[in-house]
Design a protein around this ligand. Structure first.
Ligand SMILES: Nc1ncnc2c1ncn2[C@@H]1O[C@H](COP(=O)(O)OP(=O)(O)OP(=O)(O)O)[C@@H](O)[C@H]1O
Length: 457
C-alpha cells in the first residue's frame, strides 16, 4: 500500500504495554511506520538507529522515577525532529516547560485519537517543509558545495560528490596533500541524508597504534595509566554520521585488522573492555599515498583496501587544473578583503607558479596578500603577492609616496612601512592581536615581538 503523503517513521516512547500496542496499531493504521521504546535508554538507542525517526511521541512519566521532570530532560535530545509529549499530569507549568525545551505539542492522557492524528500530521508536514527549505537554501547558497573551481576535473568531482553523497557507500579520496581531500569528505557528508549527524575526522598517521585504537574505539576507566574515566570512541561519536579517516595509508598494521573487523561487522570492543559495542557510520577515507603499491608490497592489507574502496574520487594536484586558480584565488581573497580584486599581473604571476602545496598553499598566499593590502589599495598585484610569498626584492607595494619621503635610510623606511602594516592589521582586526597576526601571516608571539621592536606598545 502506498503511504499517505504525511506519513512518517514515528518513535513511540511509553512504558505501558497496553498503550504501546494500541498506540502502535492506531498509528500503523494511519500509514505510519512505528518503533516502540519502553524507557529512556531504549528511546535514545532507537533514536540513534538508522533510518532515524521523523517524529517522537514521548510519555513524560516513565519508570524508574515516574517523574515528568526526568522525562522533560529527554526532549532536547530529540531536538532534530518534532517531539510531541504527553503526561497524565495535565498541568500548565509542565506544558510550558515542555514548550520551552522545544516540544512541538503537549497532550494530556487519556489521549484523544482524533487530536493525536491531527497533531502528528501537522508536525510531520512542518518538518517536511523545513527540510525542503533547508535543502533549497543549501542549493542556493553553495551550489558548488564549497568545492570551488571550473576545471573539467573539478566539475566532474562535484558531480560525483552529488551522486555518491546521498548513498551509504564507502568512499576513498586520493590526491596529493592540500588538494582538497578533507573538503570532499565534508561535502559528501553535507550532501548525505545524515548531514545533521556528526562528521568526525581522525588523522591515522599522527598517533601510535595504541592511541589510535583508544581514540577510534574508546577505552574503559583504568584500562591504561591515565585512563581516569570511560571515554567513548570516535566511531560512537560519529554514529549515524560520517567517519573521515585521513591519511589512512599511515594506519599501523595492528589497527588495520581492527578497523577491518569494525567495517565488516559494525562492532568494536573499547580498549580494556570485554563486550562488543555497535556503531553505524559512513566511512570516507583519504590518502596521498599509492595504496595499490602499498597493497603489493604488503604494508597495507588488501582486504581493508577493497573494503574502503567503494567509490574512488580523485582530487588532482592544483598544477593539473590551472583553470581553477583564478576562481580559487578570488574566493580566498574575498574572505579577507571582500571588496579587493586581483590585478592582471597578479593572475599571470599565480598562473606561472607551481603549487607543491596545492590549494592549501594558494589559500595561505592569497590570504596573506589580502591582509597586507594598504587601505587605499583596491587590488592585489604581483609585487604584493611576491611580498606575501617572502620573495619581495625591494619592489614593495606602492605606499602613498609623500608620507614616506624623507625617512632617510632604507631601514627606517622599511620600519615605517612595517609599522603601518601592523597598525592597519590591528585596526582591521578591531585590536585583536591573534586576528591581526593571522592577517599578517605571522604568529601572535611574532606580532608581540614586532610591536615591541617597532615601538608600538
Ligand atoms: N576546491 C576547493 N575549493 C575551495 N577550497 C579548497 C578547495 N580545495 C581545497 N581547498 C582548501 O584548501 C585547504 C586544504 O584542503 P584539504 O585540507 O581538504 O586538503 P587535503 O587534501 O585533505 O590535505 P592533507 O592531505 O594535507 O590532509 C583547505 O583550507 C580547503 O578548504
Amino acid at each position: 500500500m502506498q503511504n499517505p503523503p504525511d506519513s512518517g517513521r514515528i518513535l513511540l516512547v511509553d512504558d505501558e504495554p497496553a498503550f504501546q500496542r494500541l498506540g502502535a496499531d492506531f498509528l500503523r493504521g494511519l500509514g505510519h511506520e512505528v518503533v516502540v521504546a519502553g524507557d529512556a535508554e531504549q528511546a535514545l538507542a532507537a533514536f540513534a538507529t538508522l533510518p532515524a525517526p521523523d517524529l517522537v511521541l514521548l510519555d513524560l512519566a516513565m519508570p524508574p522515577t515516574m517523574d515528568p521532570e526526568a522525562g522533560l530532560e529527554l526532549v532536547p535530545r530529540f531536538a532534530r525532529v518534532p517531539v510531541i509529549v504527553w503526561s497524565g499530569h495535565g498541568d500548565h507549568e509542565l506544558a510550558l516547560r515542555a514548550a520551552e525545551l522545544g516540544a512541538w505539542d503537549f497532550l494530556t492522557k487519556p489521549i484523544d485519537p482524533d487530536m493525536l492524528r491531527f497533531v502528528i500530521a501537522r508536525a510531520l508536514r512542518k518538518a517536511k517543509l523545513d527540510a525542503e527549505l533547508r535543502a533549497l537554501r543549501a542549493a542556493q547558497a553553495g551550489d558548488d558545495m564549497g568545492l570551488v573551481g571550473q576545471a573539467q576535473a573539478t566539475v566532474q568531482l562535484r558531480a560525483m560528490v552529488r551522486r555518491v553523497g546521498p548513498t551509504r557507500v564507502s568512499v576513498l579520496v586520493l590526491g596529493p596533500t592540500g588538494s582538497g581531500k578533507e573538503l570532499v569528505a565534508r561535502a559528501l557528508h553535507a550532501s548525505s541524508p545524515q548531514s545533521e549527524n556528526a562528521f568526525v575526522a581522525i588523522h591515522c598517521g599522527a598517533l601510535s597504534a595504541e592511541l589510535l585504537e583508544s581514540e577510534l574505539f574508546g577505552h574503559l576507566k583504568g584500562s591504561f595509566t591515565g585512563a581516569y574515566r570511560d571515554q567513548p570512541g570516535l566511531v560512537e561519536v560519529a554514529h549515524g554520521g560520517t567517519l573521515f579517516l585521513d591519511e589512512v595509508g599511515e594506519m599501523p598494521p595492528p589497527m588495520q585488522v581492527k578497523l577491518l573487523r569494525f567495517l565488516q561487522e559494525g562492532t568494536f570492543v573499547p580498549v580494556g573492555g570485554r563486550s562488543a559495542k555497535k556503531a553505524e557510520v559512513r566511512v570516507v577515507a583519504a590518502t596521498h599515498r599509492d595504496l595499490e603499491a602499498m597493497v603489493r608490497d604488503g604494508s597495507f592489507r588488501e582486504d581493508l583496501y577493497y573494503r574502503l574502496k567503494g567509490v574512488v574520487l580523485r582530487t588532482p594536484a592544483l598544477g593539473e587544473r590551472p583553470a581553477d586558480v583564478p576562481l580559487l584565488a578570488t574566493r580566498f581573497l574575498h574572505r579577507v578583503a571582500p571588496r579587493a580584486g586581483l590585478s592582471g599581473d597578479a593572475l599571470a604571476w599565480l598562473a606561472a607558479r607551481e603549487w607543491p602545496g596545492n590549494v592549501r598553499e594558494l589559500k595561505a598566499l592569497v590570504e596573506a596578500a589580502g591582509a597586507l593590502l594598504l587601505p587605499d589599495q583596491p587590488e592585489v598585484d604581483a609585487p604584493l603577492l611576491r611580498l606575501a610569498a617572502g620573495e619581495a626584492d625591494g619592489d614593495l607595494p606602492a605606499e602613498p609616496a609623500a608620507p614616506l619621503e624623507g625617512l632617510g635610510p632604507l631601514d627606517a623606511a622599511l620600519a615605517e612601512l612595517e609599522r603601518r602594516l601592523v597598525r592597519d592589521a590591528l585596526q582591521a582586526a578591531g585590536g585583536n592581536q591573534s586576528e591581526a597576526a593571522r592577517r599578517l601571516g605571522i604568529s601572535r608571539v611574532g606580532l608581540i615581538k614586532k610591536l615591541a621592536r617597532l615601538g608600538l606598545r
